[in-house]
Design a protein around this ligand. Structure first.
Ligand SMILES: C[S@@+](CC[C@H](N)C(=O)[O-])C[C@H]1O[C@@H](n2cnc3c(N)ncnc32)[C@H](O)[C@@H]1O
Length: 270
């Protein structure tokens, strides 16, 4: 692959915005296209804090992974991984536990194009990338089994993913199905956007994205909390992401204690 454009081998649709590429643009990455930037800029007119929100979300993933690795979790299944952005989940997990095994999964071809960066981990550990859709949990579980021992605890992370999966696609059932295959001691890690704090801006954002072909399924605190039914929520429970274990990372520049319109939580399967 050296010297080759990694995107040359896969089909990238540059005619409409994609969530992975818009998120990359918010994070200051280079793996996005004018159509993603244009939609990103429209989102900024609704709420200029969107890039801070993206960083706050990413920082939650870092802290949650640190917390899990520090609690003894050694296997991670991360669905909706996004375009690689350092540090990636395996780098954080393997910092604490060099033998950590990580399976990444996304349905966007641009993530596949850049997946090589997700596969450079420790010699003791393992990383793998699956090109799959969260709406096909059986395919994900089948792929994950090749790298993870599903009789031992796994952290299932669905970070900033399920607000792209509407109720019609059975978002809550998909999570139940994935968790059903994981043993006691496994964890669910999630963040999710909500309209609870900024209903008007959220409605306008949902409409703009829908017009461009992107589904946004914002959920209330109650709907988010339902993903954790049957799990024991780790302290402090459901929170706005930057207030979840802030001591495990650095604050994000520009983050304040104002409301970031999303929720984050970690739950343990008893
Ligand atoms: C906002 S990014 C989040 C990236 C990363 N989890 C993080 O929080 O930093 C959402 C990711 O979910 C992926 N995604 C959206 N719908 C998906 C689906 N149905 N199946 C798998 N991945 C999906 C997108 O391609 C994108 O990479």
């Amino acid at each position: 692959m050296t010297g080759q454009d990694p995107t040359s081998a896969v089909q990238i649709d540059t005619t409409r915005p994609h969530p992975a590429r818009m998120y990359d643009w918010y994070l200051g990455g280079k793996d996005n296209y004018p159509v993603d930037e244009a939609m990103g800029r429209q989102m900024l007119t609704l709420d200029p804090r969107v890039p801070v929100m993206a960083r706050v979300n990413r920082a939650f993933m870092h802290r949650a992974t640190r917390w899990l690795a520090g609690s003894g979790v050694r296997q991670f299944l991360d669905i909706g991984t996004g375009i690689p952005t350092e540090p990636n989940l395996h780098q954080i997990a393997q910092e604490t536990a060099p033998g950590a095994r990580v399976v990444y999964c996304d349905n966007d071809p641009i993530v596949l194009a850049h997946a090589a960066a997700l596969l450079r981990g420790t010699d003791e550990g393992a990383t793998e990338y699956l090109q799959a859709d969260v709406r096909d949990p059986d395919a994900i579980l089948e792929g994950a089994r090749k790298v993870l021992d599903l009789t031992r605890p796994v952290a299932l992370s669905l970070v900033a993913l399920l607000h792209f999966v509407p109720d019609e696609d059975g978002a809550h059932d998909l999570v139940r199905r994935l968790l059903a295959e994981l043993p006691s001691g496994s964890h669910l890690v999630m963040t999710h956007a909500t309209a609870d704090f900024t209903p008007e801006e959220s409605k306008a954002a949902t409409e703009k994205l829908r017009a461009a072909g992107v589904t946004l399924a914002l959920r209330s605190r109650e709907e988010f909390t339902r993903f954790f039914d049957g799990l024991d929520l780790v302290e402090p429970g459901v929170e706005v992401p930057h207030r979840w274990h802030p001591e495990l990372g650095e604050p994000v520049p520009g983050q304040d204690d104002g409301v970031i319109p999303g929720y984050g939580a970690v739950g343990r399967k008893p």
